[in-house]
Design a protein around this ligand. Sequence first.
Ligand code: NDP
Length: 255
Amino acid sequence: MTSEQTWQLAALLWTGLALLTFVFLWYWRRPQPYGRHTPAAGFGPLIDNRLGWILQELPSPLCLLLFYLRGEGPKPAASALLVGLWLLHYGNRTLVYPLRTRTTGKRIPVLIVAAAVGFNVVNGALNGHQLGAGDFPPGFFTSARFVVGLGIFALGMGINLWSDEVLLGLRGRGEAGGYQIPRGGLFEYVSCPNYLGEMIEWLGFAVLGGSLAALSFAVWTIANLTPRARDHHRWYQQRFANYPRDRRALVPFLL
Ligand code: NDP
């Protein structure tokens, strides 16, 4: 088996693991233990929430860059663009987003941070390697794949950033505990438009990348966030007697 075939096999197995993870998270029926679902005990030691987010997200852009730069293929503008999109997303997720959360005093299980580090190392490495191979067809920038993929990515990123902004704005400065019912825009239709946006974003990236590595990250994102959206939705319904009845968890009118 060539080195390239080994990378492809790894991406395939990684995608299979995402599907198994989805089944597990969906039927396990216990929310992923961070944020509002952080348990008082039972998941080992906890660390500061902001620090946890920075530590767990940082490996993704670092590994992507490392594997991209050490790739032996050419470095066409198409792969540079995708690297740029990844870094744009993770620049926000690693530094801007954690520092802007109003979660002072909140903590996150080390176990969750460690799992996320592993997750981000593999995704960064697989996608960095793929982009480092520089495997893009001529005429990429005038293709339907480029226009459609970039459009989907931009739409998803816009929804994700806007929704996170609304959620972060629900708390006053220095306030860490209170939750409110989010209102306006897509929040009138679903409880978790930030997750919907994140899924759309990485589906757009998968269209742009046209690789198993990019697809596997989109599948993982859906596998992680669909059960979490369901759990958030139930939590809202139990917590707020006046929670809007027509609102769905993740997909307007459907789910
Ligand atoms: P949440 O929606 O659980 O929380 C986002 C932030 O808003 C947190 O600071 C949270 O505080 C606060 N918040 C949420 N709802 C309310 C509310 N009703 N009232 C007041 N404050 C609120 O998102 P996650 O923490 O799960 O995820 C954060 C980002 O990371 C999202 O954009 C998500 O898409 C992305 N992500 C991507 C994954 C992937 O696989 N690609 C996996 C996980 C996340 P608190 O923490 O105190 O609840």
